[in-house]
Design a protein around this ligand. Structure first.
Ligand code: PLP
Length: 420
């Protein structure tokens, strides 16, 4: 793409954007001066689809009018409500229907998955994670290692980075797995690193790790709804994600989980059980012994919260209408444009640490401002730019193809340049 630095270019791109009408389906927060904010924070919390209210109100109405009968007679019966999200979720992550379920929250699902998929033995007991993994993942992993009676100081391997580099090289990951693989029980990576925005080569890492007998899990918090995924074909064992970032499901909303079909019918697999994971046909016989339902649904614990499901459903309807392919096409252009404009400012003032190869990143760019980064971030906020700051020195900026425009990107860089 032959990007141009002037404002007209942004206006032209917006005028020809085949997805431009989708912006109007979201509420855009307003700055104190009444104007729309430049919202570049979908990597943290996605915006509210306008249809969320209607979806939630429908459930409130059915609850008011039907009480408990809503489980069977609501317009969308609550008994099966989570199933209304299965097809779109499977499409989004490249899975077969029995491989996905919407349940709990990310860290809870990660624990549930590790209970089943981290089964250490005296010779194979280690977990491999990326350097600077999201803290919650580090806490979860360390606590699982301890729970199994091992010492995280010895059993946790963090992928080392080369001196002076912030991005992982796939060949280094491959070499480490080749070298240490026989002692590694679980390889657990973020599909996209939250700090740098780097996409891991999930397919290749899965292949290499499996060849060494390791189990493979993914944290897709920053990948789902951002890049195209093919979890089934990549043969990953499990994956977890949250739905409040690119999926726009609302703050703290219900999360997602993938379990590969090859594990669908292993009733003896250790797991923490709850009644909602019990065989659907016999759940209400209320017997004392747990018999899991086939597939990812067999890891459910509780009957799910309907209001967050209703909110998430509103957003998934939009994803279904657009499709990840078109979203990704726009995303490449939009983030490429951001990269182009930031580069015009000069690396001596602001540096992009996210990979330059568009196949190794999603929509987010992580910027290191050379001087007073935190102050710059605060000034951006005071001008109505919503992005985020991550210690020690990164401003994360995520133009989201569903609702961000090329003009958002242009105005962001115009404001950024004033402050650095
Ligand atoms: C990469 C990553 N993993 C895990 C989490 C924790 O998610 P939750 O609080 O929904 O468990 C987050 C939250 O932002 C995240 O970005």
């Amino acid at each position: 793409m032959n990007y141009q630095p002037d404002k007209n270019f942004a206006a032209e791109m917006d005028a020809h954007d085949p997805l431009r009408e989708y912006r109007s389906r979201f509420f855009i927060p307003r700055h104190t001066n009444g104007e729309e904010c430049i919202y570049l924070c979908g990597n943290s919390l996605g915006l509210q689809p306008k249809t969320v209210r209607e979806n939630v109100e429908q459930e409130l109405k059915d609850w008011a009018e039907l009480g408990v009968e809503g489980h069977f007679h609501a317009r969308n019966p609550w008994m099966r409500y989570h199933e209304f999200l299965t097809e779109s979720t499977a499409r989004l992550v490249g899975a077969n229907l029995p491989e996905v379920v919407v349940m709990n929250t990310l860290t809870v699902n990660l624990h549930l998955m590790m209970v089943s998929f981290y089964r250490p033995t005296p010779t194979r007991y280690r977990i491999l994670i990326e350097a600077n993994a999201f803290p919650s993942d580090q806490y979860a992993v360390k606590s699982q290692i301890q729970f199994q009676g091992y010492d995280p100081a010895e059993a946790l391997i963090e992928l080392p980075l080369r001196k002076g580099e912030v991005l992982h090289r796939t060949e280094d990951i491959e070499a480490l797995i080749e070298r240490e693989g026989e002692s590694i029980a679980l390889v657990l990576l973020g599909g996209i690193n939250y700090y740098t925005g780097q996409v891991f080569d999930m397919e290749r890492i899965s292949r290499i790790a499996h060849a060494k007998g390791c189990t493979v899990g993914l944290d897709l918090a920053h990948a789902v709804g951002n890049i195209e995924l093919q979890l089934h074909d990549w043969d990953v064992d499990f994956a977890v994600w949250c739905s409040y970032k690119y999926l726009n499901g609302g703050p703290g909303t219900i999360a997602g989980c993938f379990v590969h079909e090859k594990h669908a019918d292993k009733p003896d697999m250790p797991r923490f059980a709850g009644w909602w994971g019990h065989n659907k046909e016999t759940r209400f016989l209320m017997g004392p012994d747990f018999a899991p339902t086939s597939g990812a649904e067999g890891w459910q614990l509780s009957n799910p919260p309907i209001l967050p499901l209703a909110a998430l459903l509103a957003s998934m309807e939009i994803f279904d209408a657009v499709g990840m392919k078109k979203l990704r096409e726009k995303s490449r252009l939009l983030t490429g444009y951001l990269e182009f404009l930031v580069d015009q400012i000069g690396e001596d003032r602001v540096k992009i640490i996210t990979p330059r190869d568009e196949n190794q990143r999603g929509c987010q760019l992580s910027l290191v401002v050379k001087k007073n980064g935190r102050e710059v971030y605060q000034k951006l906020t005071s001008e109505g730019v919503i992005c985020d700051w991550r210690e020690p020195d990164v401003i994360r900026v995520a133009p989201v193809p569903l609702y961000n425009s090329f003009m958002d990107v242009f105005r962001f860089v115009e404001i950024l340049e004033k402050f650095i």
